[in-house]
Design a protein around this ligand. Structure first.
Ligand SMILES: [Fe+2]
Length: 489
């Protein structure tokens, strides 16, 4: 390693350790309170990992599915003071339901082996260096370059897992670079390249755009200058460009002093903007479009128009992370919107596609970056706080006709993120299945449901009854075991 690089690395490490220490001292002064809804009810963490076979199934699991439905989320092993525990910071736990040959083979839950998790569980550290201020890896799980990766934003490296859900190493895929990653990269269905907009919690003046090839090797990187350390949870890609979301939640010293373990807060004073950068481009090629204050956790999709204009659909929050230092559920308007960025005029046209409060939008991933028709999401009910959560509905939007359909599992059930799995050899965009973990408000064990995407309102074609409760969490993906380079039954 060269001296300037080494010095930089030592400085960063020292700064990171000082902030961790300072924050710990600060947090010890916060009065103790048991009161945290994100540790109770459907959020309550499981006390141990589980493995079960012989699962009860109702209906018919599609025989061609050979993989696992993986869902990741926070599951803190210990919480020093619930009063300032933030849901986004809990130790990561992965839940997987293995399906093959029309049968449910097993359900397993497993902690993501980040350094602090291994320490708390008295397990040996996994290879690779832990990175970032906080090392919980709890937000997304993907199959990329033939391997399973657990992801988080704000600095920590992805954690590679094998098909038995064992954590193998911390690494930026197949690269040695000291760079942050994100929980929401987007894979180009044609090239297999992964595109990501990433930030480090400690760096307030720049974010990174990374393009990594289908073998996991870094192909292109751009340092993008920003102000105030914005939280950037997601990005979007078209066939030729990446969209960068520089919006109204940013690093906040005030929030840190309030004792927040996630010191990011709503800031209506900063100019919200969305950048459009051509693949392979430099900072000079980046074009910013200014928009009214808002926050976007999740984009739906984006695509180029022949005119040079760019379309981006996203779930828009009128505001986010305003008051609570425990989690994101508070009073706000949420809607599905279409943005058209006009290359000629620099204007942004916005239209509401659906006014229903909803989140976790998903599509048929083969249409990423391309014109598309169907969006699947879950409604958020009318609750504005995590104590009064009620049941929700699966939503399916047809953007061509403007019609939306919904399905409820009943008053006791909250559906987590729903994903779309394409049927092999399918012709139509919506020919395939929807899958989701559903969670009982009365604390009963959770279920996995499979629905025919073209007949969602008819309800599940298969329900798999899990023997335990799966806490409500973050993202879900279908990991096709035939695409993995490690074998597991
Ligand atoms: Fe997310």
């Amino acid at each position: 390693m060269q001296w300037p690089k080494l010095l930089n690395s030592i400085l960063k490490n020292t700064l990171s350790k000082s902030i961790q220490y300072g924050t710990e001292v600060l947090h010890q002064r916060i009065p103790y309170s048991h009161d945290n809804p994100y540790l109770e009810g459907i959020f309550a963490p499981q006390r141990q990992e589980h493995f079960f076979t012989d699962l009860r199934v109702e209906g018919q699991i599609p025989a061609e599915l050979d993989g696992a439905l993986m869902r990741i989320g926070p599951n803190p092993i210990t919480v020093k003071n619930p009063r300032n525990y933030h849901w986004f910071t809990g130790d990561g736990m992965l839940h997987a339901l293995r399906l093959k040959g029309g049968k449910a083979h097993w359900y397993k839950s497993s902690y993501i082996g980040s350094a602090s998790v291994q320490k708390k569980l008295h397990r040996p550290q996994i290879p690779g260096k832990s990175r970032g201020v906080a090392d919980a890896v709890n937000t997304n799980v993907i199959n990329f370059a033939g391997k399973i990766w657990a992801l988080v934003e704000a600095g920590a490296y992805p954690v590679e897992l094998n098909a038995a859900l064992e954590s193998k190493r911390h690494h930026l895929f197949e690269n040695g670079q000291d760079l942050p990653f994100t929980a929401h990269p987007h894979i180009d269905p044609e090239t297999g390249d992964i595109h990501a907009v990433c930030y480090d919690a400690l760096t307030q003046n720049k974010v990174f755009y990374l393009q990594i090839d289908s073998e996991g090797k870094l192909k292109h990187q751009v340092e993008i200058p920003v102000k105030h350390g914005p939280m950037i949870h997601d990005c979007a890609i078209t066939k030729s460009q990446v969209l960068i979301l520089d919006l109204n939640v940013n690093f906040s010293v005030r929030s840190l002093l309030k004792g927040s373990m996630l010191p990011y807060q709503w800031n209506p004073k900063r100019q919200a903007r969305i950048g459009v950068l051509p693949f392979g481009g430099k900072v000079a090629d980046l074009r910013w479009y200014e928009i009214d204050p808002c926050f976007i956790f999740h984009t739906v999709n984006a695509y180029d128009l022949n005119t040079g204009d760019v379309v981006m659909d996203a779930v828009i929050h009128s505001k986010a992370l305003v008051n609570s230092i425990q989690g994101p559920i508070e009073a706000q308007d949420i809607r599905l919107e279409r943005f058209i960025f006009e290359q000629g005029t620099g204007k942004v046209n916005r239209t509401v596609l659906s006014g229903i409060k909803q989140e976790f939008p998903r599509i048929n991933d083969a249409y990423t970056g391309r014109p598309y028709r169907y969006v699947y999401s879950i409604s958020f009910g009318e609750f504005d706080d995590p104590v009064h959560i009620s049941s929700n509905r699966l939503l399916s939007h047809d953007l061509e006709t403007g019609n939306s359909e919904s399905y409820s599992f009943g008053a006791n059930w909250v559906a987590g993120e729903v994903i779309f799995i394409s049927r092999e050899g399918s012709q139509a965009e919506n020919e395939g299945w929807l899958m989701s973990y559903i969670h009982a408000l009365d604390g009963s064990p959770s279920r996995v449901v499979i629905l025919d995407a073209q007949h969602m309102t008819e309800g599940p074609i298969a329900t798999i009854y899990l023997p335990v409760r799966v806490p409500v969490g973050f993202h879900c993906n279908w990991i096709d075991y035939r695409e993995l380079r490690t074998h597991y039954s």
